[in-house]
Design a protein around this ligand. Structure first.
Ligand SMILES: C[S@@+](CC[C@H](N)C(=O)[O-])C[C@H]1O[C@@H](n2cnc3c(N)ncnc32)[C@H](O)[C@@H]1O
Length: 224
């Protein structure tokens, strides 16, 4: 894939796929978007002690970093088990050039910014006492065959429907839903009407939320 590094509006970097003009994060601020969609409107809405997170797709690892950063700051003392699915891992030089360690003052987050890309695929790795990461190198559709614990929180962070429309249809949401706990939350930056309808048809309770900078709305979906 022909990719280049670009700076986003909050100073954090992301990858742009040349030709498709699709970015891994919002051009209005990669870090701000990750925090708004997946932490403020994701992790921070859950109250349980142990949280199983499923991410589609792992990509640059930025969502692991914002989650770990929040875990370190949060006095709720969560236990987090994080499952990141990714079929097309990014390259070593891209990881270096993204320089995500520079975005986080906490030395523990800085330390894992590159390390999370070096852990073995398919292995459960203890990033911290109460934070486990397992990266799975596979296709999203294979989630149905994966041995996962009941999922509390889904970070649905696929490329946009303009470039991968099939990933925003009922079939994949149904596979993901089958792995979720009742009362679990699926959060995504998208606010497309067709996505909302597909989720509602699957029995989710769908809420529109204020979007991250540059986007009016986003979706939170609760599994009944
Ligand atoms: C929007 S980007 C990732 C964003 C990621 N959460 C991050 O913070 O960098 C979407 C990711 O999905 C991956 N992907 C696309 N199609 C896939 C598929 N069918 N199965 C698994 N991963 C896929 C891409 O390689 C890319 O890393």
């Amino acid at each position: 894939m022909d990719r280049q590094l670009i700076a986003t509006a909050d100073g954090s970097k992301t990858l742009l796929i040349n030709g498709l003009e699709e970015t891994y994060h919002s051009k209005h601020g990669a870090l701000q978007e990750a925090r708004h969609v997946f932490i403020k409107n994701g992790l921070n809405l859950l109250d349980c002690y142990e949280i199983n997170i499923l991410e589609l797709g792992f990509g640059t690892g930025l969502n692991v970093l914002v989650t770990f950063d929040e875990y370190l700051r949060n006095d709720k003392n969560h236990k987090i088990n994080y499952f990141g699915i990714e079929k097309y891992p990014i390259l070593t030089n891209e990881i270096t050039e993204l320089a995500y360690s520079e975005l986080f003052p906490d030395p523990k987050v800085k330390k894992i910014a590159v390390g999370i890309h070096e852990t073995e695929w398919e292995q459960e790795v203890e990033i911290d006492d109460l934070f486990m990461l397992k990266k799975v190198k596979d296709d999203f559709y294979n989630i149905k065959n994966m041995n996962l614990p009941p999922i509390d929180l889904v970070y649905f962070d696929c490329f946009g429907a303009r470039v991968q429309p099939d990933l925003w249809e009922k079939e994949l949401f149904e596979i993901v839903a089958s792995k979720m706990k009742s009362g679990g939350l699926l959060t995504t930056y998208s606010s497309k009407g067709s996505v909302r309808r597909a989720l509602m048809e699957l029995g989710f309770e769908v809420e529109k939320k204020q979007g991250p900078p540059g986007k009016r709305e986003m979706i939170n979906s609760w599994k009944k």
